[in-house]
Write a new protein. Structure first.
Length: 206
């Protein structure tokens, strides 16, 4: 029943709230409606749950859209926008958000080397910035149950490509456990339990 002393949260090899940034790219109606790799309602539930988790642990969030200012696309879907209403949104014209100056600067300004990423589609808006960030020395963690592609094969092939390049795939539940790490961290334990329950994962603590 004796946990080791908490590791340095900045130097920790695992994800911590202090060494990570959450990047959310292009969760807009057109993109959501073109997802065919998973149920779209489940996709929305998962990205909202993941975003709430990041907010609960005070992980900084960088939100981007594509082609809203040009009038070609609508803004972030309402369910997600409600969670991120206090966050600025960086609107890009580039398919690869990493090629947008303001977006890239916002990520780098956080000073975090671990990028937790969710984006639509997997084969483009997730893959391209992931590869670019990896090439610059970042550690990138795609949240695989909160992203989707235009087909199952497009989604799965994209995940294979980024994983082979060095990305570390993760899921909602794994992220939640990694951020919490120890039940003795009682200041965040209730947030952890609530996040899991909101996602439909019920913990037997008895």
């Amino acid at each position: 029943m004796s946990s080791f002393e908490k590791r340095d949260p900045i130097k920790d090899e695992l994800i911590t709230p202090e060494n990570s940034v959450f990047v959310v790219i292009d969760y807009q109606p057109t993109q959501v409606n073109s997802i065919n790799s998973m149920n779209r309602a489940e996709l929305i539930n998962n990205i909202v749950a993941t975003t709430k988790l990041m907010k609960a642990y005070d992980v900084p969030v960088v939100l981007s859209t594509v082609n809203v200012q040009t009038g070609r696309n609508k803004d972030t879907i309402p369910a997600l926008k409600e969670v991120l209403k206090d966050e600025p949104s960086y609107d890009c014209t580039s398919i690869n958000a990493w090629e947008d100056r303001e977006f890239q600067e916002a990520v780098k300004k956080t000073g975090r080397k671990n990028i937790i990423i969710a984006a639509l589609w997997t084969e483009a808006c997730l893959t391209f910035p992931t590869l670019d960030a990896l090439s610059e020395g970042y550690h990138v963690f795609p949240v695989v149950d909160a992203v989707g592609g235009t087909s199952v094969i497009a989604h799965e092939t994209a995940l294979r490509r980024v994983e082979q390049a060095g990305a570390q795939l993760t899921t909602f539940a794994q992220l939640a456990c990694e951020l919490q790490r120890d039940w003795n961290r009682t200041d965040t334990a209730p947030k952890f339990v609530q996040a899991m329950m909101d996602k439909g994962i019920f913990l037997n603590l008895g």
